[in-house]
Design a protein around this ligand. Sequence first.
Ligand code: BG6
Length: 557
Amino acid sequence: MTEVDTTRQPGRIPAEHDGGAITLDGVGAGEPWAQPFDAWFHEGAPNPLHDHSAERQPAPCAMIIFGVSGDLTARKLMPSLYDLFTGQPLPDGFTIVGVSHRDWTEEMFRERMREAVAENARMPVNPESWEPFARRLQYVRGEFDDPATYRTLTERLGAPDLAVPTQGNRLFYLATGPAYFSPILQGLAAAGALERQANYLEPTQGWHRVVIEKPFGHDLASARALIAEMAILLTERQIYRIDHYLGKETVQNVLAFRFANILFDPVWNRQYVDNVQITAAESIGVEGRAGYYEHAGALRDMVESHLLQLLTVVAMEPPAFFNGNAVRDEKVKVLRSVAPPVGEQQVAAHVVRGQYTAGFVGGQAVPGYLEERGVAPDSTTETYVALRLGIDNWRWSGVPFYLRTGKRLPRRVTEIAVEFKRVPHLMFQTMVGLDLPPNVISLRIQPDERIAIRFAAQGPGARTQLRTVRMDFLYGAAFGEAGPDAYERLLLDAMLGDPTLFTRRDEVEAAWATVQPILDVWSAPESPPLFPYEAGSWGPGAADAMIERDGRAWRRP
Ligand code: BG6
């Protein structure tokens, strides 16, 4: 393995972290499926899982949700499972076992889940559709650090009276805080409920998989420690690290837009692109999640995960196949080419962090971050980040990627905008329309999912008058139906054993390596300032100044 020059950009993953243990496909050596070409190609053949004409019905399985009394289960997991179940793709042998410390009976558990589903599912809840689903729900009460919990669970999973036969297939979902990841995995392994399955293609007694929620680590070192710990208990092929942005249909549509059309790729590079702006604006505040958010902040919560995932889909090279290894190999390559700002000066110049103060969002008065419940009165947690990254590779060298995200911005909008260079010579210079804005392709991820192309046109009238116009493609209008929630897609993929839309361990490491130099500077005593911004504004003025120094401006989506 060749040495990587880590002195210039300490954010990069040094060669030793490729571990020598990482093979061609970026996973641990010694796992059968990681063996050089055969196994890679096994996944390299055109993938029926992504052929929508093919049946996408998973094998029977038990899904065991840890943290089933939590917010994620109520808002996302249970409603998505209900929608999947009601929409028919789930097999007869499918059952859900919820685990939590709450002193609930099975009846109480089912009732709570019914309320959550009624509030958050796409499909209506009525007795005919709810009852068959409710019969699949079981509850195990227990503390996550108590071995008895796992004994009870194992008995339940092996019990002949388990609602339906699951063929020994188990999908464990860790919907808990990160502090519980390790105790749960250790507890399951000790009770024999979770097996390390080297031969994932032919497990002897059904497959065992683990879906793990973010945050996957708190920084590069802790992410690596978690990767190492999980690798002892599980093969990489059994682990499904979820980033729900990848389950969003519009994010997958970026891949379709780029790689199922010949039109755009020829201009998708440094010769034609001036800059790329990725915005994930939220109008909500911290929403009662201060306990988590105070230790995370916007850089960890949004940039390390969702925004870098958006960056990879917009910047990656075309994979040869749409499957787990081919797609993730390309994503990892992009992440490893990202040049983050390093050191105090670069971080101060290219990264801006902010925190919202009281203001108005959507006409409502809202408190500042420091007034939110559970937030320390002197908290320095950032609720806004804007940064500039470079990608040092053949396609993108010299093109800045501007990323920004924040809470309590004027509206919820997630967008990737590719701004093109100006034409090399404007023959209309002596006529009206001198300052012609450049072409832009904007990919609106949410809401009002759309793709828009901005270009110049001749306006009506006898004289030459250039105008900027927009050509819009709206998903809702074109396809006439709303797509499934991201979790529906991802839960089904995990049951089917398709890891394409989950983050592989080398990808997680590369993402943390990108933000680590910023975390380092921010944690130093003389760190750059935290700028206040009023709730309902587009963030601190310092973020505008940052991009203006490059002669550019943020888009107002
Ligand atoms: C989560 C973050 O991962 O994503 C939240 O923890 C954030 O802070 C959320 O609000 C945004 O997701 P979405 O799908 O609403 O854009």
